[in-house]
Design a protein around this ligand. Structure first.
Ligand code: SF4
Length: 86
């Protein structure tokens, strides 16, 4: 499964990172982004528009053990801006 955030709709409350800190993170712009961690994929990859694209172009892979919490994040997200793809 892959996940991405539409930053245009993100409220910046940080609920996603509270639920799944290994997948979501906040930036200085007050918005939240997705990432792949070194623990799960050997190297850290931040999809924040700096070295890798953000938004729908920046899809992070979700490890199997985090799928449940990522789904919960998407369900709880007040901006309804966390999107999952197979
Ligand atoms: S839960 Fe949704 S609205 Fe809140 S910070 Fe995360 S992506 Fe943005």
């Amino acid at each position: 499964m892959k996940v991405w955030i539409d930053q245009d709709l993100c409220t910046g409350d940080g609920l996603c990172e509270e639920i799944a800190p290994a997948v979501f993170f906040g930036q200085d712009d007050g918005l939240f982004y997705v990432k792949e961690t070194a623990d799960n994929y050997g190297e850290e990859k931040l999809f924040d528009g700096t070295n890798n694209p953000a938004g729908s172009e920046g899809m992070a892979r979700v490890p199997d053990n985090l799928i449940e919490s990522v789904i919960e994040s998407a369900e709880e997200c007040p901006g309804e801006c966390i999107f999952l793809e197979a």
